[in-house]
Design a protein around this ligand. Structure first.
Ligand code: NAP
Length: 295
C-alpha cells in the first residue's frame, strides 16, 4: 500500500478497537481493486467523541464505520440517516462524509441477512420459527434483516421491557415477519418455543468470555435445529457447542461481520466489494488470533 497526498481516509470509530478485524478486510479490498485509500482503527474515548466526529470532517475522512459504544449515540450528530429497511434499526454502523455532511447507514442488518441466505441457507425460510436471545442493538439489526422473510421470531431478554419493545417494533414495521415475547427459560412455554424453533440465535454478549455458560441445556436442543451465534470470537461458544454436540448445524458471527463490511465497502466506494478477498483477509485475522490465543 502506497500512501500519498491523495489517499482517501476511512476508519473505525469505537472504544476499544484494538481487536478489530475491519482494517484487514477493507485494506485488502482497496488493494485488490487498486483503490487509493486506507482504513485505520480510531480509538476514541467517550469524553472525546464529539470532538473526534468534528475532526473527521476537518481531517478529510471520506467515511467511517462505527462500533460499540457509539452505534446509537452517533445518530444525533449526523446530517441524515438512510435506512434500507422498512423497519428502522435505531443504530448506525457506517457513515459517509462529504462536504462536511455525515450520512449514516446500517449494514449490520444486511450483514445478517446475507450471511443467513449465503451461509446458513435455511430451505424455504418463509413460515419458519426463530428463537432469539437478546434484544439490544445487534438483535434489532437481526430483526430488521428478517423483516421480509416471513418468519415468526420469539424473543427473550433478561431486560423484559427491551424485549417487549422490540417485539412491538417488529409487529409494527415488519412487512412479512411477526414476533412474540417470551419470558425467561424458567418458564415451560418458553422452553417449548425454544425446542420447536428451526433457528436459534444468540444476540447477547453471553459467550464472549470462554467460560461463559451455555444459554441452553442439552435437553432443550434438537439435532434438526440450526444455531447461530452473533459472537465470532471465540468461534465456538458454549451455546454453539451445545447444539454441535447434538449434531445440529452451527454458525458463528463471522458471516455477519464479513457481509456488514461488504455493505460498508459498497457505500464507501460505490464499487462492488471483492467478497472473497475480504473473506480471506478476515479468515487470516481470525486464524492468527486463535494461534496467538493458543501459544
Ligand atoms: P447489547 O446491546 O448489550 O444487547 C444484548 C442484550 O442481551 C442485553 O439486553 C442483555 O441484557 C441481554 N442478555 C444478557 N444476558 C441474557 C440472557 N441470559 N438471556 C437473554 N438476554 C440476555 O449488545 P449488542 O450490541 O446487541 O451485541 C450483542 C452481541 O452481538 C455481542 O456479543 C456482539 O459482539 C455481537 N455482535 C456481532 C456482530 C457481527 O457482525 N457478528 C455485530 C454486532 C454485534 P443486559 O443489558 O441486562 O445484560
Amino acid at each position: 500500500m502506497q500512501i500519498n497526498g491523495k489517499t482517501k481516509l476511512y476508519g473505525l470509530i469505537g472504544w476499544p478497537v484494538e481487536h478489530t478485524f475491519s482494517p484487514a478486510m477493507h485494506n485488502a479490498a482497496f488493494e485488490a481493486l487498486g483503490i487509493d485509500a486506507v482504513y485505520v482503527p480510531l480509538a476514541v474515548e467517550e469524553k472525546n467523541f464529539e470532538a473526534a466526529l468534528k475532526g473527521l470532517a476537518a481531517l478529510g475522512f471520506s467515511g467511517v464505520n462505527v462500533t460499540i459504544p457509539y452505534k446509537e449515540k452517533i445518530i444525533s450528530y449526523l446530517s441524515d440517516v438512510q435506512d434500507n429497511f422498512v423497519m428502522p434499526v435505531g443504530a448506525v454502523n457506517t457513515v459517509n462524509i462529504s462536504n462536511g455532511n455525515l450520512i449514516g447507514y446500517n449494514t449490520d442488518s444486511l450483514g445478517f441477512q446475507f450471511s443467513l441466505l449465503d451461509n446458513v441457507k435455511i430451505e424455504g425460510i418463509e413460515g419458519k420459527k426463530v428463537f432469539m436471545f437478546g434484544s439490544g442493538g445487534a438483535a434489532k439489526a437481526v430483526a430488521a434483516g428478517m423483516e421480509g422473510l416471513g418468519v415468526t421470531v420469539y424473543i427473550t431478554d433478561v431486560a423484559k421491557e427491551k424485549a417487549e419493545n422490540l417485539v412491538s417494533h417488529i409487529n409494527k414495521y415488519s412487512k412479512k415477519s411477526k414476533a412474540e415475547y417470551c419470558a425467561g427459560l424458567e418458564n415451560k412455554e418458553t422452553r417449548e418455543k425454544l425446542k420447536e424453533a428451526d433457528l436459534v440465535i444468540n444476540a447477547t454478549g453471553i459467550g464472549l468470555k470462554k467460560d461463559d455458560p451455555s444459554l441452553v441445556k442439552s435437553e432443550w436442543v434438537r439435532k434438526e435445529q440450526i444455531a447461530y451465534d452473533l459472537i465470532y470470537n471465540p468461534p465456538l461458544t458454549n451455546f454453539l457447542r451445545a447444539y454441535k454436540e447434538k449434531g445440529a448445524k452451527v454458525f458463528n458471527g463471522e458471516g455477519m461481520l464479513l457481509y456488514q463490511a461488504v455493505g460498508a465497502f459498497k457505500l464507501f466506494t460505490d464499487r462492488q466489494a471483492p467478497v472473497e478477498v475480504m473473506r480471506q483477509a478476515l479468515r487470516k485475522q481470525i486464524e492468527t488470533l486463535n494461534l496467538t490465543a493458543k501459544s
